[in-house]
Design a protein around this ligand. Structure first.
Ligand code: FDA
Length: 476
């Protein structure tokens, strides 16, 4: 099912400031009819899969082992910006690239804190968190949502007023699929300087990468919140490598919300070990920085942000962890050994720093609980082209090795980096609270019980479900 009328093009903007106007847009869509159709088929109804950008790590928006229909939101992607109120209504079929492009077409000093990859969809991304390069200053996407339009299991179109604060709380981080189909989110836009500074500086083991990464853990969550020092680590070939021809490369890929002259003294004082110099830094606008972090060559047209097609990997597996105590140097060396087992660039670790404004929000403010006390999140990934269990085994062995160094009880994970290894529901829909708790507390920690209570109230028959949706108490 491909839903929606012809979408508004980015740049063709119409300010929307009243919830009623957006609700009427929901009524124009065939989404409620899709819900009715699905509900009236079979004992548990046809499973409805909702797809916005299709970037789910486990493909849950388009793969199922039971009969299903896909509600594809791609044509519902109007983005309407109100520059007087600094807000935007964003339909969930839009991609992050379309959101960033449209904001930048309106203002040089407005932005939105969300992920790095422009082809990620708003529907899934905003439902599960939404971390990006300005998150230490402006928090994550869910923290900036102020209204929404959702279609519930009875096919009703609701906004913040009519859905009530419990459901509105749940859809800001409690994950897509569990509570209904979100048609649009209203967000607060954030203010940024006209000029920001970016750099990407790499260090290998021969350039003290282990010691620098170790030190990074002590400053990355405490440094000025305008600065986000993200770290990508992989095994690369190098003629200078002391270990045969392979070494570990740590790349500090960073954004500073300000000018280079203000960045350099901060780095000199707080992180001199990296040895950042002016020549490493580039000043640009925020929108140009979104291209830089997405890996587009310098000087690329902003139009690339409107391309919705992600270059495909043949196979991919990702996992996540949260780190609350710095990993000792011997622990890092153990990680390097795992990375050196695999071929160049097939495996990667991302260390994403927290702290700053992210830690000023209480862990129950939204369902996304990873706040104060987390130094950084680890994203593990492996890509491969020839079908073989070796790569999945590799990432699972590394994850097992990391247990000593990461959060415990629960071992926390980021919902948007979906990982069915940490637990799953029964596909028939009769998952117990106890079974779902196995994965639920890892993603949502203290918020899991409230999510189950909201689900029990708004969708007791568990119509909206998948392998990691919140179950109602009644399906025990
Ligand atoms: P997709 O359409 O597959 O949906 C994901 C889930 O949400 C599914 O369960 C789906 O049913 C549900 N859903 C989708 N639309 C819905 C709607 N309108 N209403 C209700 N439920 C809905 N994350 C991050 O925080 N920061 C980052 O920088 C990145 N970068 C990144 C890069 C790449 C290449 C990938 C593949 C992924 C990321 N992510 C990320 C993770 C990303 O946030 C996550 O995969 C999102 O769920 C993707 O949302 P989509 O809408 O694209 O996925």
């Amino acid at each position: 099912m491909l839903l929606g009328r012809k979408c508004g093009r980015a740049g063709n903007l119409r300010p929307v400031s009243r919830g009623r106007e957006v609700q009427s847009r929901g009524r124009e869509t065939p989404v409620p009819a899709a819900v009715f159709c699905g509900k009236n088929r079979g004992k548990h109804g046809t499973q409805i899969k909702v797809r916005s950008g299709g970037h789910d790590y486990e493909g849950l928006s388009y793969i199922s082992q039971t009969p299903f229909a896909v509600v594809d939101m791609r044509n519902l992607r109007t983005i309407s910006i109100d520059t007087r109120g600094n807000t935007a209504w964003i339909q969930t079929g839009a991609t992050l690239g379309e959101v960033y492009y449209t904001i930048a077409a309106t203002s040089r000093t407005l932005a939105f804190p969300a992920g790095v990859c422009p082809t990620v969809g708003v529907g899934g991304h905003f439902s599960g968190g939404g971390y990006g390069m300005i998150s230490r200053k402006h928090r994550i996407a869910v923290d900036n949502i102020i209204d929404a339009v959702i279609i519930n299991a009875d096919g009703q179109i609701l906004n913040r007023d009519s859905m009530g604060e419990d459901l509105f709380w749940a859809i800001r981080g409690g994950g897509g699929t569990s509570f209904g189909i979100v048609v649009a989110f209203k967000v607060n836009l954030v203010t940024i300087p006209e000029t920001v500074t970016v750099f990407n500086v790499s260090r290998t083991l021969e350039q003290n990468a282990t010691q620098i990464v170790h030190r990074w853990q002590y400053i990355s969550d405490k440094i000025d919140e305008n600065l986000l020092l993200r770290l990508f680590i992989s095994s690369v070939r190098s003629p200078a490598a002391s270990n045969g021809n392979r070494t570990i490369q740590a790349s500090f890929t960073s954004l500073y919300l300000g000018r280079v002259e203000d960045l350099l003294p901060i780095m000199e004082q707080k992180f001199p070990e990296l040895g950042l110099v002016e020549q490493d830094c580039i000043e640009m606008s925020w929108i140009e920085s979104t291209l830089f972090f997405a890996g587009f060559p310098n000087g690329s047209s902003l139009d690339v942000l409107l391309n919705r097609t992600q270059p495909n990997f043949a196979y991919f597996k990702g996992k996540s962890d949260y780190v609350r105590e710095p990993i000792p140097e011997y622990g890092l060396q153990g990680i390097w050994n795992y990375l050196n087992e695999e071929d160049e660039y097939q495996t990667q670790l991302q260390f994403s720093p927290y702290g700053g404004a992210l830690s000023t929000v209480s862990e129950s403010e939204t369902p996304f609980p990873h706040r104060s006390g987390n130094i950084f999140m680890i994203h593990y990934s492996v890509v491969w082209t020839t079908n073989s269990p070796r790569h999945i085994n590799w990432i699972r062995r590394l994850y097992s090795y990391m247990a000593t160094f990461v959060s415990k009880s629960p071992r926390a994970a980021y919902f948007n980096y979906r990982d069915l290894d940490i637990g799953r529901n029964n596909i028939e829909g009769n998952t117990s609270y106890k079974q779902a708790s196995v994965w639920g507390f890892k993603y949502f920690e203290i918020n899991f019980n409230r999510l189950v209570r909201v689900k029990t109230k708004v969708d007791p028959s568990n119509f909206f479900r998948n392998e990691q949706s919140i179950p109602p108490f009644s399906s025990n």
